[in-house]
Design a protein around this ligand. Structure first.
Ligand code: HEC
Length: 472
């Protein structure tokens, strides 16, 4: 009996301690907020000289990690100060907790998808093309009425005549669905009408090497045909040497594009090993060029180098998540995730080295310096870089007939900033940048559809938007 009472007392004390800890935490957060943030974001968090923090809108990233970095390192060019030297990390977390609790109290919700977007040239009608998808990664069109969409956990979905089919394609390759990996890109052969090939890029895992360890994985490419909703005739067209596979689960790259000369380009991120990007005996941190059947062009820049991975086309690419071929020049353009503050747009050319991690405009995510260098002879400069990083993802030139004024302009998606930018490029210089989509969700892919509409894949909330010019 005595011990029961004792146990009860201990429990009571523990509960009391936890509750009062949580309470002081929130109180601390509130006090710290009032001291440091209220003068700009408002005493009630509703905004003032700076935006509201409880309206459900996060312009610079909604997830905790982004919030934390935005507070710790600031957004210098917009007047959001850095609190790195003022607040401890634990204090920043207390403020964040206070912000989240305040959000809950007022019932802040992300505003619904905007029905009409305004841009300099057009008012745009926005409709939901597909929804209820689980982490969609890419979209491509087989014909005017049929789209294929990848879901990262490992499903290939079909939208037919505007309707998402309930049954995914059967028998597609197994993928390792972990971290940033899974089923990533899908690309339709430019001659699909005659040959029927569909290409997939995904994270492939060596499951025979386990020994209690996480099995190593790498980007792999496969092509196949779709018959009766089933993946058939599959051919592996790129597989890296197994000794180069890595146990990390991020930076897989993966975009696939075709140029008019019949080459297939794809990217592999550095898989978390920055220095590998400089080493042509390793596949990661590179752009690769192969023929569509997987054979390797002898004209590849490192083809005759001893020990080189012969498919390598360019080096020093951290994690390319967007690739597109210019419709007139045939040039290969790519967007690459930099570290904090170093997202890049590059014009990729044979044999060139884009510098990661020797040169970069970014910092480590903990704020420390990666390298003092932004330039070095022999290493390419980006055409453009974004500081802070928007988390560039998805890239396409607009080639449709609906938005006539946007012919050949470059559409750049962004995950963290939840936007699509339209870039006007002349003579390899970006002359103008406009945000045409903002705050609708994390943009994974953006593409011109066969109907001339712009399709925007939002990995969260799992929606594909279709944009068309509003009839005035
Ligand atoms: C001197 C004014 C100022 C102070 C003080 C300030 N901020 Fe900011 N904050 C800004 C501005 C300006 C922006 C960017 C606004 C814009 O351009 O949309 C911003 C942006 C932010 C964002 C990103 C919002 C989004 O939509 O993604 C967060 C989060 C934030 N502030 C939190 C804080 C916190 C927490 C504090 C206190 C520790 C703080 N700020 C103090 C001015 C301030």
């Amino acid at each position: 009996m005595k011990s029961k009472i004792h146990k009860f007392k201990v429990l009571l004390l523990a509960t009391f301690l936890i509750v009062s800890f949580l309470k002081t935490n929130a109180q601390n957060g509130s006090a710290l907020y009032q001291q440091n943030c209220a003068m700009c974001h408002g005493a009630d968090l509703n905004g003032g000289n700076a935006p509201s923090l409880i309206d459900g809108v996060w312009m610079f990233g909604a997830e905790d990690g982004y919030l934390f970095r935005n507070i710790k390192f600031g957004i210098a060019h917009l007047g959001m100060p850095s609190y790195e030297k003022v607040l401890k990390d634990t204090e920043i977390r207390e403020i964040m907790k206070f912000i989240r609790e305040s959000e809950k109290k007022v019932g802040a919700v992300k505003p619904p998808i905007t029905k009409v977007l305004e841009t300099l040239d057009y008012n745009i009608d926005v409709e939901v093309f597909a929804e209820g998808l689980e982490v969609p990664w890419a979209i491509d069109f087989i014909d005017a009425n049929t789209a294929l969409i990848t879901e990262r956990p490992g499903r290939l979905r079909v939208v037919k005549n505007g309707k998402l089919q309930t049954e995914p394609i059967k028998n597609i390759p197994a993928v390792v669905n972990a971290g940033q990996g899974g089923l990533l890109d899908v690309a339709i052969d430019p001659n699909y009408a005659t040959n029927g090939w569909v290409y997939l890029a995904y994270s492939h895992v060596l499951d025979h090497i386990t020994e209690g360890k996480r099995p190593p994985a790498m980007t792999r490419l496969e092509r196949g045909k779709i018959k009766n909703n089933t993946w058939i005739d599959n051919e592996i067209i790129f597989e890296a040497p197994h000794e180069t596979y890595r146990t990390t689960r991020h930076h897989y790259g993966c975009r696939i594009v075709f140029n008019p000369e019949g080459y297939l380009f794809f990217s592999i991120g550095e898989r978390g090993a920055a220095e590998h990007a400089q080493d042509f005996t390793l596949p990661n941190g590179k752009v690769h060029r192969i023929y569509k059947d997987g054979s390797i062009p002898e004209s590849n820049p490192f083809f005759s180098e001893k020990n080189a991975i012969k498919s390598i086309y360019s080096l020093g690419n951290r994690n390319i998540q967007g690739m597109a071929i210019h419709p007139e020049t045939g040039e290969l353009w790519a967007t690459e995730h930099g570290p904090m503050g170093g997202d890049e747009l590059n014009l990729i050319e044979a044999g060139k080295n884009y510098g990661w991690p020797v040169i970069t405009y970014g910092l480590n995510y903990n704020g420390t310096v990666i390298t003092e260098l932004t330039h070095k002879p022999g290493l390419e400069q980006p055409i453009l870089y974004w500081k802070p990083s928007t988390a560039v993802c998805g890239l396409d030139f607009y080639t449709g007939a609906l938005f006539k004024k946007w012919k050949n302009k470059l559409m750049v998606g962004a995950l963290k900033y939840e936007e699509v930018r339209l870039l006007d490029i002349e003579d390899e210089r970006v002359m103008h940048q406009e945000i045409i989509v903002k705050g609708q969700g994390r943009v994974r892919d953006v593409t011109t559809g066969p109907d001339g509409a712009i399709y925007v894949v939002l990995n969260k909330p799992g929606t594909v938007l279709r944009l068309t010019p509003k009839e005035e």
